[in-house]
Ligand binder design. Structure first.
Ligand SMILES: [Zn+2]
Length: 339
């Protein structure tokens, strides 16, 4: 087991520490430092990299990542854990989904081929990407606002090979929340795009198994313990915590196989009334939401086109605000039952 060196940090075997992955210099002279934590074990094993808050308002992931890192005992760990708890620091500070400096979605195609001398977000991507490239496993922790249910996203169609695909399915099983295969959504296959988008599918395309997790209550830390339990369970499944019982099966885990169907949207503006809870299975034809005017008259009744479940009723704009929705708003993200 060797010393883990990265950026300004040197972690001897059996030690942990934190440091700065890199800094971006802004126009007025401020520096944006990207923090990271390393827990280096006492015996050889995989390098697991956990990133959170690439969407800066989803701080539940930050809470999960911190709680996870602090629960690890280097003397009992095989392999190395690297945690980037705030992958998009300016967005975390501004409580915003996108980077407030240049409006970029930092869960985009920025980490593997970023321009280290490019825009602020390109530089941040290169800084975080430097450690993602050292990973054997990548876990990207996100969160949705209520009403939502915990789930994980498997980008299986992006996997470079069968081994990467199988290892990703195993990761999802270990994390313990309901997995959804994001490959080829029935409704609109181009919605998430191809393998050059989010960091996790990009990792899979490079032969690195990975999982993108959606916790609940994005703007709070209340669901952080679920994320910590899932991450500990992943380490257990990889043999990194020998002798410890850390397996986790989420109480809201649904039985069966699910794939991403797509998003439902409303073609009228109004108030969005959720008529079927997130995370509870339904059959085709079930009324999921109604849109009413401000007198309560129903303008639209939106039913599920498939058997499945909804993991998030986003609203406007894209779930970061309220259920007073302009026409065209995304109102439900659906998983459909697959065999
Ligand atoms: Zn997110």
């Amino acid at each position: 087991m060797g010393t883990f060196e990265h950026a300004d940090l040197k972690a001897e075997p059996g030690s942990s520490g934190h440091g700065v992955l890199g800094e971006v210099l802004l126009a007025a002279g401020e520096r944006i430092a990207v923090p990271f934590i390393v827990v280096n074990g006492v015996a050889d094993g995989p390098t697991v990299v956990v990133i959170a808050a690439s969407h800066g308002n989803e701080i539940v992931g930050t809470g999960a990542a911190i709680a996870f890192a602090r629960a690890l005992e280097p003397a009992q760990l095989h392999g190395t854990v690297v945690v980037v708890p705030a992958a998009n620091p300016p967005a975390v500070s501004a409580c915003s989904y996108l980077s407030p400096i240049d409006g970029v979605n930092m869960s985009g195609p920025l980490y593997w081929d970023a321009d280290a001398s490019g825009s602020t977000s390109q530089q941040l991507g290169a800084i975080v990407g430097s450690v993602l490239k050292r990973a054997d496993i990548v876990i990207d922790v996100h969160g949705n606002n209520e009403p939502c249910a915990p789930m994980s996203m498997m980008f299986l169609e992006n996997a470079r090979d069968e081994a990467t695909r199988e290892a990703t399915i195993a990761l999802a099983e270990a994390f313990g929340v309901t997995p959804v295969d994001m490959s080829a959504p029935t409704a609109h296959p181009a919605w998430l795009g191809s393998s050059d988008v989010y960091p996790v599918p990009t990792a899979l395309a490079h032969g690195i198994p990975g999982l993108m997790v959606e916790l609940t209550g994005a703007r709070t830390l209340d669901d952080a313990p679920r994320g910590r339990s899932g991450l500990m369970s992943v380490l257990g499944s990889l043999g990194m915590l020998p002798g410890q019982e850390v397996g986790y099966k989420d109480p809201q885990r649904l039985a069966g196989n699910f794939g991403y169907w797509g998003a439902l949207s409303t073609d009228v503006a109004g108030l969005l009334w959720v008529r079927h809870p997130a995370g509870v299975p339904f059959t085709k034809g079930t009324v999921l939401v109604e849109v009413t005017d401000t007198y309560g008259e129903v303008l639209r009744e939106i039913r599920s086109p498939v058997d499945g479940f909804c993991w998030w009723y986003p609203g406007a704009p894209y779930g970061q605000a309220t259920h007073a929705v302009p026409a065209g708003s995304t109102v439900a993200l659906l998983a459909e039952v697959r065999n």
